[in-house]
Design a protein around this ligand. Structure first.
Ligand SMILES: [Zn+2]
Length: 420
C-alpha cells in the first residue's frame, strides 16, 4: 500500500447495531443501499438488515455471494459489480475479511462509499484502505478506501463460529512480531518508522492478551475489546500509509501458505489461524536471537556471504512457480544488492546489536505466545492447520521474498540461523 486515505468517520460496537446503522444512513441522506454478504453472513445479519432497511423506506439491494469459499478474485468482484444498481448508492459489507475486501474495492472503483458491518472479530482489515485480492492467482493488495463507518452488533459477533474469533486473536498476536520486525527494518534497512503508531498497535495487542479469558468465552467485554483492537490495528496501517505496522515475517509466511494452497487448489485456511501459527514460529526465532552472544554474532557476520542473485532467483522460481516473476520484481532491491551494500548492512547489524537485542527482548517468549493462542482456541502448530513439515519450513524459507522489507527472517539468514 502506498498512500494514506481518509479515516473511518464513525465506529459503533454494541447491541442494537442495526438501528444505529439505519439512523446513520438516514442522517447521511442515503436512499439506496447495496448489502453484500455470503450465504453465512446473510443468515447471520444480511437478511435482517435487508428487512429493516426496506421497512425503513430505503431501496435495499441484497447481493449474496454463493459458494462454500468466497475469494476476492475476478469472478466475485465482477459478480458484485454487475449486481450493483447504476445509481448513487452506499454499499454495506456484511461479513468478515473477504466480503469486506470485495466491497471495499468495488465501491471504491464505483466512486461510492461503503459501510463495514463486521459479522466476526476475525481480521484487522476492516478500517484499512488496502484490499487484498487474488488476481491471476497472485495475492496482491490494491489501494481502495476505508469505510465511512463501522457498525458491529455484539450478539452477531457472539454467534460467529469460535474459530473466527480465535483467528482474530491470532491476527492481533502477530503484531508482537510485526512491530519488532518493523523496528529491525528501521535499524538495519532504514525503513521509515513511527514510534507512536508502533505504540498504539502494541496497546491494542495488550487489550487482547489481558482479556484472553474473556475472548475465549466470547463475552461482550472480550469481543468488544478484540474488535476494537482489530479496528485500531487497521487504523494504524491507514495512518502510517502501508501495512508495515501490522504485517511482518509472520504475515509473509501466512501469505506464502495461502498462495501455495491456492495454486494446489486446496481449501483455504483462515488468515488469522495461519498468522497465529507463523507468529509462534517467528517468536521461536526471536528467542534464539536473544540467546546469541556478541562474539558469536561477530563471527557469524564475518562468514556471511552476499546471497548470489542467480541462486536467489532460482529459489524464488522453485518456491513460487507461476507467480515467481512478480515476487522477483518486488524483491529487486534485495536481489540487486552489491557487496558494498551488503557489508554496510552487516556493519549496521554489528553497530546496532544492543538495539536489536532490545527489540528482541520486547517480543514475548514463544511459550507465552503459544499459551495465549491456545487459551483463545487458536492453532499453534502447522499440523493443526493441516500443513506438513516441508510446507511449514518452506513458509519460513521463502515467505520473506514476498515483500521488500527487512525482517527477523532476513536477519536469521544473514546470521546463517535459518536452517538450524
Ligand atoms: Zn493480518
Amino acid at each position: 500500500m502506498q498512500s494514506a486515505g481518509k479515516a473511518t468517520q464513525w465506529t459503533y460496537i454494541g447491541t442494537g447495531a442495526v438501528e444505529e446503522l439505519v439512523q446513520f444512513l438516514k442522517e447521511q441522506g442515503v436512499s439506496t443501499v447495496v448489502l453484500v454478504s455470503d450465504k453465512n453472513t446473510d443468515g447471520a445479519a444480511g437478511a435482517e438488515l435487508h428487512r429493516r432497511l426496506s421497512d425503513g423506506g430505503f431501496r435495499s439491494e441484497r447481493v449474496v455471494l454463493a459458494g462454500d469459499e468466497v475469494i476476492a478474485d475476478e469472478w466475485y468482484l465482477a459478480k458484485v459489480l454487475v449486481s450493483a444498481p447504476a445509481e448513487n448508492c452506499v454499499f454495506v459489507a456484511v461479513g468478515a475479511g473477504t466480503v469486506t475486501d470485495i466491497t471495499r474495492l468495488v465501491s471504491h472503483r464505483m466512486k461510492v462509499p461503503f459501510v463495514s458491518y463486521p459479522t466476526a472479530a476475525s481480521v484487522d482489515g476492516f478500517a484499512s484502505i488496502g484490499a487484498p485480492v487474488v488476481l491471476d492467482g497472485v495475492k496482491i493488495t490494491l489501494i481502495a478506501q476505508a469505510p465511512i463507518a463501522i457498525f458491529a452488533d455484539l450478539n452477531v459477533l457472539k454467534s460467529a463460529p469460535a474459530e473466527l474469533t480465535a483467528a482474530g486473536f491470532g491476527d492481533m498476536l502477530g503484531k508482537l512480531t510485526s512491530i519488532a520486525d518493523w523496528r529491525l527494518g528501521n535499524l538495519v534497512w532504514e525503513e521509515p518508522y513511527e514510534a507512536s503508531i508502533a505504540e498504539r498497535t502494541l496497546t491494542a495487542v495488550k487489550l487482547c492478551t489481558e482479556n484472553v479469558g474473556e475472548i475465549a468465552r466470547r463475552t461482550s467485554l472480550g469481543l468488544e475489546g478484540l474488535l476494537e483492537a482489530l479496528i485500531e490495528s487497521g487504523t494504524c496501517m491507514l495512518d502510517f500509509g502501508t501495512s508495515r505496522p501490522a504485517s511482518g515475517s509472520e504475515h509473509h509466511i501466512s501469505h506464502y501458505w495461502e498462495m501455495r494452497l491456492l495454486q494446489e487448489q486446496r481449501p483455504a485456511i483462515l488468515h488469522g489461524a495461519k498468522v497465529a501459527v507463523a507468529t509462534a514460529m517467528i517468536a521461536d526465532l526471536y528467542d534464539r536471537i536473544r540467546g546469541l552472544s556478541r562474539a558469536e554474532v561477530k563471527e557469524r557476520l564475518e562468514r556471511s556471504p552476499l546471497p548470489g542473485r542467480e541462486s536467489e532467483v532460482q529459489a524464488i522460481r522453485a518456491a513460487y512457480g507461476p507467480t515467481a516473476e512478480s515476487v522477483i520484481a518486488e524483491h529487486e532491491p534485495f536481489l540487486g544488492m552489491t557487496e558494498a551494500q551488503y557489508d554496510r548492512i552487516k556493519q549496521r547489524i554489528a553497530d546496532h546489536w544492543n538495539d536489536i537485542l532490545a527489540v528482541s527482548a520486547e517480543v514475548p517468549q514463544a511459550e507465552f505466545i503459544r499459551t495465549q493462542l491456545h487459551r483463545a482456541g487458536a492453532p499453534t502448530t502447522p499440523a493443526e492447520l493441516g500443513l506438513g513439515e516441508e510446507e511449514a519450513q518452506a513458509g519460513f524459507l521463502y515467505g520473506h521474498y514476498l515483500r521488500n522489507r527487512f525482517t527477523v527472517v532476513k536477519l536469521a539468514r544473514m546470521l546463517d540461523m535459518h536452517r538450524e
